[in-house]
Structures are given as C-alpha cells and as structure tokens.
Design a protein around this ligand. Sequence first.
Ligand code: A2P
Length: 278
Amino acid sequence: MSADVVTADGRARVLADGNEIPLVGLGVWQVANDRECVDAVRWALELGYRHIDTAQAYGNEESVGQGLRDSGVPRGEVFITTKFYPRRKDPVAEAQRSLQRLGVDYVDLYIIHWPAGGPTWAWPGMEQARELGHARSIGVSNFGADEVRRLLATATVPPVVNQVQFSPYEYRKALLESCRQAGIALEAYSPLGTGRHLASDTVARIARRHGRTAAQVLLRWCIERAIPVIPKSTHRERIAENAQLFDFRLSDEDIAELDALDRTGGTDRALERKWWRS
Ligand code: A2P
C-alpha cells in the first residue's frame, strides 16, 4: 500500500496496516496532569478533534482519560496515541499500566518514545502488545533512518509511524523519504517549533497572503504532504485555530519558500542532539 493514502474527506491518513490516523491531533507534552490537561482534551474533542497524543513520560494519561470521558465523545471515535517509556523494560506491562491510567481497553497507536539502548530490543514487546490487543498500531519516535533500517531488519510486524520533530525549520527531507520508501508515516511533533517558529517573518508573510495565522501556515505545510501533526495548546481559541486547516491550500511557491527555511540540511537524522545515552 502506498505510504501517502489519505481518506476520502482528506482528514486522515491510512497507515500501512490499514488503520486511519486523523491528520490533526492535540499534543499534550508538558501539560500538567490536572484540570489543565482535562480541559484541553475536552475542548479539543468538543471542537472536533478526534486524535490525542500523550506518553507515559508526560505523566498525564489519567487526565487525558478524564478529558475523553468528560467530552462525551465515544471512545471508538477517538484516535489515542501513547508512548513506551524506554527506561522501563517491558512494553507489554507498561502498555497495561497506560490502559489503566487512560481508562480505555486499547490505544490506537503505541510507539517507542526514543531508541534508548538501541532501536531493536523493545520491539518484540511492542509486537506482543499489539498481538494482545493493547494497541491497534505500533510504531516508533525519534528514530533516524539508520535506526529505522536496523529495526526493519529484525521486525516481524513493521512500525507504521515514526513521530519526529518536524517543521519547515526541521525539514528532515531524507528521513521523510526513507520513511516513505519503507511504508512508514512520518508524524510531526513540535510542528510550531514549540512556539518559536510563530515569530518567523517568512511564515508571517505567507500567512498575510492567505488571511490566516502563522500557526495555520506551519501546520498546513505538513498537511499538504499528508503528514499528521500534533500541535500543543492549552488555550481553547488556539486549539480551535490549529484545527482550521482544511479550508485553504498553500501554493507551490509558498511551500518552496517554507521548505527553504530548513536548518537540518535535509538530514536523515531524527534529532540534532540526543538527550539520552545509548
Ligand atoms: P499554549 O499551550 O500556551 O497555547 P508545538 O506544538 O510546536 O510544541 O508548540 C506549542 C507551543 O505553541 C505552546 O507554547 C503553545 O502555547 C503555543 N501555541 C500553540 N498553538 C498556538 C497558536 N495557534 N498561536 C500561538 N501560540 C500557539
């Protein structure tokens, strides 16, 4: 199956295992495990989001689950991602703890948060978590092209997602291409550069041309390539703004201008600097 299949409404991407991931999700990195996270998740779901991205390391899975229940949106309509914290040993046991904290029977996507200790050791446990029905899809995060290659050489069930830091300023073109060739959907975290890229003059100029906001331009740049995005916000109006992406298009010239902002040299690496020791 092609790695770039989008559903008929253009709002979700079909993964290599046939599951569908909504192109826009709410990210909750650095959102406190209290009312702040519960409200953000509930607002997002009320505003039409159907995709929430959390992680064991964020410590806020309970609040994500609470926000889901408070929203009244049926569990089956929402795509939930969580991430295996790779300082732990057992992806299956940790998945079971995540399900308990979230108050759900399965997650839609379970990914290795980063390749601590190498890219392959945790994968049999990830495959088992899928086998047991704890996760419908499995994948990785912060894996460079070489780590993906090493994983694919040993995997029985291949990863379907690689979630990496990705934006016009972090346009990892060679990594995107190698994921595409392997049938892996690259997913963009920190698509606003954790807020820093919102001050870009280039982005502001393009936003003015379209009568849109800088955030919408940065996010639409990913959507144009069918790359799922998970912008983080705890403000209701921004959460709404970040999902208004399907009523305008960027031109080829806009996209070329944004592509030129890349500071990674088109790298096939996931990160400029690792924050862990192998
Ligand atoms: P806040 O949570 O206070 O709204 P990223 O998704 O790249 O990690 O960026 C997240 C950062 O960008 C957060 O600091 C968030 O602030 C801010 N942010 C998210 N959406 C918007 C927006 N539409 N306008 C301005 N700032 C935003």
